[in-house]
Design a protein around this ligand. Structure first.
Ligand code: SF4
Length: 300
């Protein structure tokens, strides 16, 4: 693929300065095309930890860079767009979680990785959409406090006999989609497969052929070669799938799947951040130590 001048300049800087460039799957495709690695938040953290580079630049939202800073405190973790926040992660304040814990004493707290360092520090275990059910099932007792995403939480509640106490947080991109629009796309493409993210509203999940996170969507596309997929997740991921599986067709379930925070990173923003190296993300060491335990428990 032919890179444009800005993309070439970015690659030149990351190589000269020995910076690892990580992009989330929801980033603009021109950013994904030049990243050293593209993936979900856990995959990005894992790559950052294992990389030989001591400097990491994130094209993503803040909690993802924070998670990496928690796991790799010795590295210089930077974010291209420092104002790129995740509204879902911002929906819960530590006081709210403390209140939930007081109301349900002794009940284990599972927190979705899409959360701030402070919320992770107050939780027993962190989870991703891929392992949330397994983690909830593995904890002692029949009750779980699950924060902050009621989308993922309600999906887990449908699959377990345990009682889940959910926070009301939601991802505006996945939660507020109209089922009528998705139904209309399904009707317009008979024989297609509708795959949606677990953060989706239950009304959208009920229409789906398959509910899975980003890595699961890649596996699903691989298992069904040459098919037409209607995809219920952020459009950056849909473009990524189209790049990976050129013989299949990927259609957004609605045009609404666009995360403005993920799109704050463009080539100019990234170029500036790489030149200046000032947008460093750090986490208070006390908070980081507690959050690290909750993340490490996820791995068993
Ligand atoms: Fe947060 Fe949703 Fe945007 Fe992901 S798509 S960063 S969960 S607001």
């Amino acid at each position: 693929m032919e890179l444009n001048e800005k993309q070439k300049k970015i690659r030149e800087i990351v190589e000269n300065k020995d910076i690892l460039l990580l992009a989330h799957s929801y980033q603009r495709i021109e950013i994904q095309d030049i990243a050293d690695f593209v993936g979900d938040s856990l995959e990005l953290s894992k790559n950052a930890r294992e990389a030989k580079q001591q400097k990491i630049m994130f094209a993503a939202v803040r909690f993802m860079a924070e998670t990496t800073s928690i796991l790799s405190p010795e590295k210089k973790i930077m974010i291209a767009a420092p104002d790129a926040m995740c509204p879902l992660a911002a929906m819960i304040e530590p006081e709210e979680l403390i209140e939930m814990k007081d109301k349900h004493p002794g009940v284990p707290v599972v927190c979705y990785i899409n959360s701030t360092a402070e919320i992770k520090a107050l939780s027993d275990v962190v989870c991703t959409s891929a392992n949330a059910l397994k983690i909830c099932e593995s904890l002692p007792g029949n009750e779980i406090i699950f924060v902050p995403d009621q989308g993922l939480g309600s999906w887990i509640a449908e699959q377990t006999s345990k009682k889940l106490y959910l926070h009301y947080g939601f991802c505006p991109i996945h939660w507020l989609i109209s089922p009528d629009e998705v139904k209309a796309q399904k009707d317009a493409h008979p024989g297609s497969l509708l795959v949606v993210h677990p953060e989706s509203n239950p009304k959208i999940r009920a229409l789906a052929d398959h509910v899975t996170g980003t890595s699961g969507m890649i596996a699903y596309a691989k298992q069904n070669p040459g098919k037409t997929f209607i995809v219920g997740t952020e459009r950056g991921m849909i473009e990524r799938l189209a790049r990976m599986f050129p013989d299949s067709t990927f259609i957004p379930a609605t045009q609404g799947y666009l995360c403005p925070n993920m799109k704050k990173t463009n080539l100019d923003v990234l170029l500036n951040a790489l030149i200046n190296e000032t947008t460093v993300v750090t986490v208070n060491p006390e908070v980081a130590a507690k959050a690290r335990k909750a993340i490490e428990r996820m791995h068993g």
